[in-house]
Design a protein around this ligand. Structure first.
Ligand SMILES: N[C@@H](CCC(=O)N[C@@H](CS)C(=O)NCC(=O)O)C(=O)O
Length: 287
């Protein structure tokens, strides 16, 4: 059960006002926040908690507030740092399902206790819908595809659908060098960042996946005119390419620019900017 005083924001398919949008991209970026502490990095390790004392299970603080009347809830964590939260949130938005958002502060001990109630992996995102709990981004996407078949989260054509699942799976389980050495950090900008050769190999492979998709399905999204799971899976890569000024060919740069300017992405950036969280210079885990 989620705490009674949980504050949530409800989302409709076409989102909220973009008036306060903070753009990120190859032309405009976040103003970096003041660098503060690195102490919270160790709190992000994935070791399972031994036991969370009852005293530590205080209610989490969510970042936005309206009513909690909806039966659909997506639990996520930092919008600035959590790439999996972004993927899960985007795919839920793409599904068109109305949902409440439960943003847990990553450094609060009660966060783990609450996530454990929702997700046996103790990881977010996790979705609850009509009493059904589902966690892990790909499982959430497959579930949403069943619940909202008309949303087109997966392409209609069987061959394209298999392709979409394959490249989404690659993002889910691969590219560890890129994910660990260029962590998502929307408030950061590191123009002369030295890219490790293995991370560069991941970047090159991602770019070849994108070029192949854009060429095969005609763009502007990876599987044609409609956004799919694959675009949600690679969206945090677009933000990383902007944060670390990764050099891209024109086709891939255009795809990044398109994704970074999607209304949902701008909405996310705006919320990330407003987030009150200690900045971390160096992340010791992929987050
Ligand atoms: N395979 C998972 C990965 C989820 C994941 O790593 N989530 C991170 C946030 S980006 C998390 O919950 N970290 C919590 C922690 O490490 O304590 C998925 O696809 O959802």
């Amino acid at each position: 059960m989620l705490p009674k005083n949980l504050q949530v924001a409800r989302h409709m398919q076409h989102g909220t006002s973009l008036a306060a949008v903070h753009p990120i991209g190859f032309a405009t970026r976040f103003t970096p926040h003041t660098m503060a502490t690195t102490a919270s990095a160790s709190a992000r390790t994935r070791t399972a908690p031994k036991a969370v004392p009852k005293s530590a299970t205080k209610a989490p603080t969510a970042t936005t507030a309206t009513t909690a009347t909806t039966t659909t809830m997506l639990t996520i964590t930092s919008k600035n740092y959590s790439s999996w939260s972004l993927r899960g949130w985007l795919v839920t938005r793409f599904s068109g399902l109305e949902f409440a958002e439960n943003v847990l502060p990553p450094d609060d001990p009660s966060t783990r206790a609450e996530i454990l109630l929702l997700s046996s992996s103790i990881l977010v995102p996790c979705l609850t819908h009509d009493g059904i709990k589902v966690w892990d981004t790909l499982a959430i996407a497959e579930y949403l595809n069943e619940v909202c078949p008309k949303a087109g989260l997966l392409p209609a054509d069987a061959k394209a659908r298999a392709h979409c699942r394959a490249i989404s799976g690659e993002m889910h389980s691969g590219f560890s060098a890129l994910r660990s050495s260029l962590p998502m950090n929307l408030s950061g900008h590191f123009p002369k960042f030295k890219i490790w050769s293995r991370a560069q190999a991941d970047i090159d492979h991602i770019c070849s996946i994108w070029r192949d998709c854009l060429d095969t399905y005609g763009g502007p999204y990876l599987f044609g005119k409609q956004r799919t799971l694959a675009d949600a899976m690679y969206a945090p890569v677009c933000t990383r390419f902007a944060t670390y000024d990764v050099k891209l060919d024109a086709v891939c740069a255009d795809y990044c620019t398109l994704m970074l300017n999607e209304p949902e992405m701008k909405e996310w950036f705006s919320a990330a900017k407003a987030e009150k969280i200690d900045n971390i210079d160096e992340l010791d885990v992929e987050f």
